[in-house]
Design a protein around this ligand. Structure first.
Ligand SMILES: C[S@@+](CC[C@H](N)C(=O)[O-])C[C@H]1O[C@@H](n2cnc3c(N)ncnc32)[C@H](O)[C@@H]1O
Length: 269
Protein backbone atom coordinates (compact mmCIF):
# COMPACT_ATOMS: atom_id res chain seq x y z
CA UNK A 1 0.00 0.00 0.00
CA UNK A 2 1.36 3.45 -0.90
CA UNK A 3 1.87 5.96 1.88
CA UNK A 4 -0.69 8.77 1.76
CA UNK A 5 0.42 12.31 2.53
CA UNK A 6 -1.14 15.74 2.32
CA UNK A 7 0.74 18.55 0.58
CA UNK A 8 -0.22 22.17 0.01
CA UNK A 9 -0.44 23.09 -3.67
CA UNK A 10 0.57 26.76 -4.03
CA UNK A 11 -0.72 27.10 -7.63
CA UNK A 12 -4.21 25.90 -6.78
CA UNK A 13 -4.12 27.19 -3.19
CA UNK A 14 -5.53 23.85 -2.05
CA UNK A 15 -4.42 20.82 -0.11
CA UNK A 16 -3.65 17.78 -2.17
CA UNK A 17 -3.53 14.09 -1.19
CA UNK A 18 -0.42 12.42 -2.57
CA UNK A 19 0.48 8.73 -2.76
CA UNK A 20 4.09 8.32 -3.89
CA UNK A 21 4.43 10.37 -7.07
CA UNK A 22 0.72 10.38 -7.70
CA UNK A 23 -1.67 13.17 -6.75
CA UNK A 24 -5.06 11.80 -5.75
CA UNK A 25 -7.00 15.04 -5.71
CA UNK A 26 -7.20 18.63 -4.62
CA UNK A 27 -9.15 19.43 -1.54
CA UNK A 28 -10.08 22.40 0.57
CA UNK A 29 -8.08 25.47 1.46
CA UNK A 30 -8.47 25.63 5.22
CA UNK A 31 -6.37 24.03 7.94
CA UNK A 32 -9.43 22.45 9.56
CA UNK A 33 -10.34 20.79 6.26
CA UNK A 34 -6.74 19.57 5.94
CA UNK A 35 -6.98 17.92 9.36
CA UNK A 36 -10.32 16.37 8.46
CA UNK A 37 -8.99 14.89 5.21
CA UNK A 38 -5.87 13.61 6.90
CA UNK A 39 -7.95 11.76 9.48
CA UNK A 40 -10.18 10.36 6.76
CA UNK A 41 -7.28 9.15 4.68
CA UNK A 42 -5.57 7.54 7.64
CA UNK A 43 -8.73 5.80 8.82
CA UNK A 44 -9.36 4.25 5.46
CA UNK A 45 -7.53 1.19 4.21
CA UNK A 46 -7.04 1.71 0.50
CA UNK A 47 -5.98 -1.56 -0.99
CA UNK A 48 -3.57 -1.12 -3.86
CA UNK A 49 -4.49 -0.58 -6.70
CA UNK A 50 -7.95 0.80 -5.80
CA UNK A 51 -7.45 4.42 -4.89
CA UNK A 52 -9.68 7.32 -4.16
CA UNK A 53 -10.18 10.12 -6.68
CA UNK A 54 -9.44 7.69 -9.48
CA UNK A 55 -11.62 6.00 -12.10
CA UNK A 56 -10.46 2.61 -13.38
CA UNK A 57 -11.15 1.08 -16.75
CA UNK A 58 -12.25 -2.26 -15.34
CA UNK A 59 -15.25 -4.41 -14.54
CA UNK A 60 -17.22 -3.08 -11.58
CA UNK A 61 -17.29 -6.45 -9.79
CA UNK A 62 -13.49 -6.77 -9.89
CA UNK A 63 -13.22 -3.26 -8.47
CA UNK A 64 -15.73 -3.94 -5.68
CA UNK A 65 -13.76 -6.98 -4.55
CA UNK A 66 -10.81 -4.70 -3.77
CA UNK A 67 -12.73 -2.12 -1.75
CA UNK A 68 -12.77 -2.49 2.00
CA UNK A 69 -16.17 -3.38 3.54
CA UNK A 70 -18.07 -0.55 5.28
CA UNK A 71 -15.89 2.14 3.70
CA UNK A 72 -18.13 3.98 1.21
CA UNK A 73 -20.27 6.97 2.27
CA UNK A 74 -22.58 7.17 -0.74
CA UNK A 75 -23.24 5.15 -3.91
CA UNK A 76 -24.62 6.93 -7.00
CA UNK A 77 -25.01 4.57 -9.96
CA UNK A 78 -26.58 4.62 -13.37
CA UNK A 79 -26.04 1.02 -14.58
CA UNK A 80 -27.20 -0.27 -17.96
CA UNK A 81 -31.00 -0.33 -17.56
CA UNK A 82 -31.38 -3.60 -19.45
CA UNK A 83 -33.68 -2.22 -22.16
CA UNK A 84 -31.39 -3.32 -25.02
CA UNK A 85 -31.78 0.10 -26.68
CA UNK A 86 -29.38 1.72 -29.08
CA UNK A 87 -29.09 5.47 -28.88
CA UNK A 88 -29.01 8.33 -31.35
CA UNK A 89 -28.04 8.53 -35.00
CA UNK A 90 -24.89 6.51 -34.40
CA UNK A 91 -27.02 3.64 -32.98
CA UNK A 92 -24.66 3.50 -30.04
CA UNK A 93 -25.11 0.61 -27.65
CA UNK A 94 -24.18 0.26 -23.98
CA UNK A 95 -22.21 -2.73 -22.70
CA UNK A 96 -24.27 -5.19 -20.57
CA UNK A 97 -27.57 -3.60 -21.60
CA UNK A 98 -29.13 -6.82 -22.96
CA UNK A 99 -31.14 -7.38 -19.78
CA UNK A 100 -31.40 -5.93 -16.28
CA UNK A 101 -29.51 -8.73 -14.51
CA UNK A 102 -26.37 -6.64 -13.84
CA UNK A 103 -28.50 -4.40 -11.59
CA UNK A 104 -29.43 -7.23 -9.17
CA UNK A 105 -25.89 -8.53 -9.12
CA UNK A 106 -24.57 -5.05 -8.44
CA UNK A 107 -26.97 -4.37 -5.54
CA UNK A 108 -25.81 -7.61 -3.89
CA UNK A 109 -22.10 -6.93 -4.43
CA UNK A 110 -22.06 -3.27 -3.32
CA UNK A 111 -24.10 -3.73 -0.12
CA UNK A 112 -21.17 -4.78 2.12
CA UNK A 113 -19.02 -1.90 0.84
CA UNK A 114 -21.43 0.83 1.99
CA UNK A 115 -21.16 2.11 5.56
CA UNK A 116 -24.16 1.59 7.84
CA UNK A 117 -26.84 4.29 7.75
CA UNK A 118 -25.82 5.50 4.28
CA UNK A 119 -27.68 5.56 0.99
CA UNK A 120 -27.51 4.37 -2.60
CA UNK A 121 -29.12 6.09 -5.59
CA UNK A 122 -29.82 3.76 -8.51
CA UNK A 123 -31.11 5.16 -11.81
CA UNK A 124 -33.47 2.88 -13.71
CA UNK A 125 -36.58 2.94 -15.90
CA UNK A 126 -40.31 2.20 -15.52
CA UNK A 127 -39.92 -1.36 -16.79
CA UNK A 128 -37.57 -2.68 -14.12
CA UNK A 129 -38.12 -0.39 -11.14
CA UNK A 130 -40.55 -2.73 -9.33
CA UNK A 131 -38.38 -5.80 -9.82
CA UNK A 132 -35.31 -3.95 -8.57
CA UNK A 133 -37.14 -2.53 -5.58
CA UNK A 134 -38.39 -5.95 -4.51
CA UNK A 135 -35.01 -7.54 -5.04
CA UNK A 136 -33.44 -4.82 -2.88
CA UNK A 137 -35.96 -5.26 -0.05
CA UNK A 138 -35.55 -9.05 -0.16
CA UNK A 139 -31.78 -8.72 0.16
CA UNK A 140 -31.64 -6.37 3.16
CA UNK A 141 -31.83 -2.88 1.65
CA UNK A 142 -34.24 -0.38 3.16
CA UNK A 143 -36.40 1.21 0.44
CA UNK A 144 -36.53 4.98 1.03
CA UNK A 145 -37.84 6.85 -2.01
CA UNK A 146 -38.48 6.85 -5.73
CA UNK A 147 -37.31 10.03 -7.48
CA UNK A 148 -38.88 10.95 -10.81
CA UNK A 149 -36.59 12.78 -13.22
CA UNK A 150 -38.61 14.74 -15.73
CA UNK A 151 -36.82 15.33 -19.01
CA UNK A 152 -37.30 18.39 -21.22
CA UNK A 153 -37.62 16.32 -24.39
CA UNK A 154 -39.86 13.45 -25.50
CA UNK A 155 -38.20 10.11 -26.13
CA UNK A 156 -39.17 7.61 -28.79
CA UNK A 157 -42.10 5.26 -28.31
CA UNK A 158 -45.34 4.00 -29.81
CA UNK A 159 -48.49 4.88 -27.83
CA UNK A 160 -46.54 6.65 -25.10
CA UNK A 161 -43.50 8.87 -25.56
CA UNK A 162 -41.16 8.60 -22.62
CA UNK A 163 -40.36 11.78 -20.71
CA UNK A 164 -38.99 10.56 -17.42
CA UNK A 165 -36.38 8.42 -15.77
CA UNK A 166 -36.50 7.00 -12.25
CA UNK A 167 -34.06 6.79 -9.38
CA UNK A 168 -34.48 4.38 -6.48
CA UNK A 169 -33.12 5.60 -3.16
CA UNK A 170 -32.10 2.64 -0.99
CA UNK A 171 -30.49 2.64 2.43
CA UNK A 172 -28.27 0.31 4.42
CA UNK A 173 -29.77 0.93 7.85
CA UNK A 174 -31.34 4.38 8.17
CA UNK A 175 -29.66 7.24 6.34
CA UNK A 176 -29.80 10.97 7.03
CA UNK A 177 -30.20 13.75 4.47
CA UNK A 178 -28.97 17.34 4.34
CA UNK A 179 -31.75 19.37 2.73
CA UNK A 180 -35.22 19.89 4.21
CA UNK A 181 -36.65 20.84 0.82
CA UNK A 182 -35.39 18.15 -1.55
CA UNK A 183 -38.20 17.27 -3.97
CA UNK A 184 -38.77 13.72 -5.21
CA UNK A 185 -39.44 15.19 -8.67
CA UNK A 186 -36.37 16.68 -10.34
CA UNK A 187 -36.08 18.38 -13.70
CA UNK A 188 -33.33 16.88 -15.84
CA UNK A 189 -32.11 18.58 -19.01
CA UNK A 190 -31.29 16.33 -21.93
CA UNK A 191 -27.54 16.19 -22.51
CA UNK A 192 -26.97 16.41 -26.28
CA UNK A 193 -24.62 13.79 -27.66
CA UNK A 194 -22.79 13.69 -30.97
CA UNK A 195 -21.10 10.79 -32.76
CA UNK A 196 -18.16 10.85 -30.34
CA UNK A 197 -19.89 11.30 -26.99
CA UNK A 198 -21.56 8.99 -24.49
CA UNK A 199 -25.22 8.40 -25.44
CA UNK A 200 -26.68 8.24 -21.93
CA UNK A 201 -25.20 11.10 -19.93
CA UNK A 202 -26.97 12.31 -16.82
CA UNK A 203 -27.26 16.04 -16.35
CA UNK A 204 -24.40 17.20 -14.14
CA UNK A 205 -26.63 19.31 -11.89
CA UNK A 206 -28.91 16.37 -10.95
CA UNK A 207 -25.94 14.31 -9.78
CA UNK A 208 -24.56 17.34 -7.96
CA UNK A 209 -27.86 17.86 -6.08
CA UNK A 210 -27.91 14.19 -4.99
CA UNK A 211 -24.32 14.36 -3.77
CA UNK A 212 -24.96 17.55 -1.79
CA UNK A 213 -28.11 16.03 -0.25
CA UNK A 214 -26.53 12.74 0.85
CA UNK A 215 -22.86 13.36 1.65
CA UNK A 216 -20.46 15.72 3.39
CA UNK A 217 -17.25 17.29 2.13
CA UNK A 218 -14.48 14.70 2.19
CA UNK A 219 -16.89 11.73 1.98
CA UNK A 220 -16.18 8.91 -0.47
CA UNK A 221 -18.76 8.55 -3.27
CA UNK A 222 -18.75 5.39 -5.40
CA UNK A 223 -20.00 5.20 -9.01
CA UNK A 224 -19.16 1.96 -10.84
CA UNK A 225 -20.85 2.97 -14.12
CA UNK A 226 -19.16 6.29 -14.78
CA UNK A 227 -20.03 6.66 -18.49
CA UNK A 228 -18.97 10.26 -19.13
CA UNK A 229 -17.64 10.62 -15.54
CA UNK A 230 -20.51 12.88 -14.43
CA UNK A 231 -20.25 11.67 -10.83
CA UNK A 232 -16.46 12.04 -10.66
CA UNK A 233 -16.64 15.60 -12.00
CA UNK A 234 -19.45 16.60 -9.64
CA UNK A 235 -17.58 15.10 -6.65
CA UNK A 236 -14.42 16.97 -7.53
CA UNK A 237 -16.28 20.27 -7.85
CA UNK A 238 -18.08 19.73 -4.54
CA UNK A 239 -15.09 18.57 -2.47
CA UNK A 240 -16.14 14.91 -2.22
CA UNK A 241 -13.79 12.03 -2.95
CA UNK A 242 -14.78 9.57 -5.66
CA UNK A 243 -14.10 5.97 -6.59
CA UNK A 244 -15.29 4.15 -9.65
CA UNK A 245 -15.05 2.31 -12.92
CA UNK A 246 -16.06 2.50 -16.57
CA UNK A 247 -15.65 -0.70 -18.57
CA UNK A 248 -15.86 0.65 -22.13
CA UNK A 249 -12.35 1.83 -23.17
CA UNK A 250 -13.85 4.23 -25.71
CA UNK A 251 -15.64 6.22 -22.97
CA UNK A 252 -12.94 5.70 -20.42
CA UNK A 253 -10.19 7.23 -22.58
CA UNK A 254 -12.27 10.21 -23.65
CA UNK A 255 -13.63 11.17 -20.23
CA UNK A 256 -10.51 10.35 -18.23
CA UNK A 257 -8.78 13.10 -20.25
CA UNK A 258 -11.61 15.52 -19.44
CA UNK A 259 -11.42 14.64 -15.75
CA UNK A 260 -7.65 15.16 -15.66
CA UNK A 261 -8.05 18.55 -17.36
CA UNK A 262 -10.66 19.55 -14.79
CA UNK A 263 -8.56 18.38 -11.85
CA UNK A 264 -5.46 20.16 -13.11
CA UNK A 265 -7.20 23.44 -13.89
CA UNK A 266 -5.77 26.23 -11.74
CA UNK A 267 -8.46 27.89 -9.61
CA UNK A 268 -8.53 31.67 -9.80
CA UNK A 269 -10.37 32.13 -6.49
C1 LIG B 1 -26.05 4.33 -18.39
S1 LIG B 1 -24.34 4.47 -18.63
C2 LIG B 1 -23.82 5.61 -17.39
C3 LIG B 1 -23.87 7.05 -17.85
C4 LIG B 1 -23.35 8.02 -16.81
N1 LIG B 1 -24.24 8.11 -15.67
C5 LIG B 1 -23.14 9.40 -17.39
O1 LIG B 1 -23.68 10.40 -16.84
O2 LIG B 1 -22.46 9.53 -18.41
C6 LIG B 1 -23.76 2.91 -18.03
C7 LIG B 1 -22.25 2.69 -18.23
O3 LIG B 1 -21.86 1.49 -17.55
C8 LIG B 1 -20.78 0.90 -18.28
N2 LIG B 1 -20.69 -0.52 -17.87
C9 LIG B 1 -21.45 -1.55 -18.29
N3 LIG B 1 -21.09 -2.70 -17.66
C10 LIG B 1 -20.09 -2.36 -16.81
C11 LIG B 1 -19.30 -3.10 -15.87
N4 LIG B 1 -19.48 -4.43 -15.69
N5 LIG B 1 -18.36 -2.45 -15.16
C12 LIG B 1 -18.15 -1.12 -15.33
N6 LIG B 1 -18.85 -0.36 -16.22
C13 LIG B 1 -19.82 -0.98 -16.94
C14 LIG B 1 -21.15 1.13 -19.73
O4 LIG B 1 -20.03 1.07 -20.58
C15 LIG B 1 -21.82 2.52 -19.68
O5 LIG B 1 -20.91 3.53 -20.04
Amino acid sequence: MKKLELKFNAVHQKWSAVAGEERLGLFDTTDSARKHYKELLESRVIKDPVEINKVYQMDCFQHLKRIKDDSVDLVVVDPPYGDNFTYGRGNKSIINNEDESINYKYLDAVYPKLKNNKSLYLFTNHKFVDLLKHHAIDTGWNYRMLIVLVKNNLGLGYGFRNQHELCLVLEKGKATYNSKSFSNVLKMKHVEHDNDSHPHQKEWDVIRKIILHSSEKGDVVLDNFMGSFTTAKACFEEGRMFMGTELDPKWYDKYQKELEALMNQPKLF
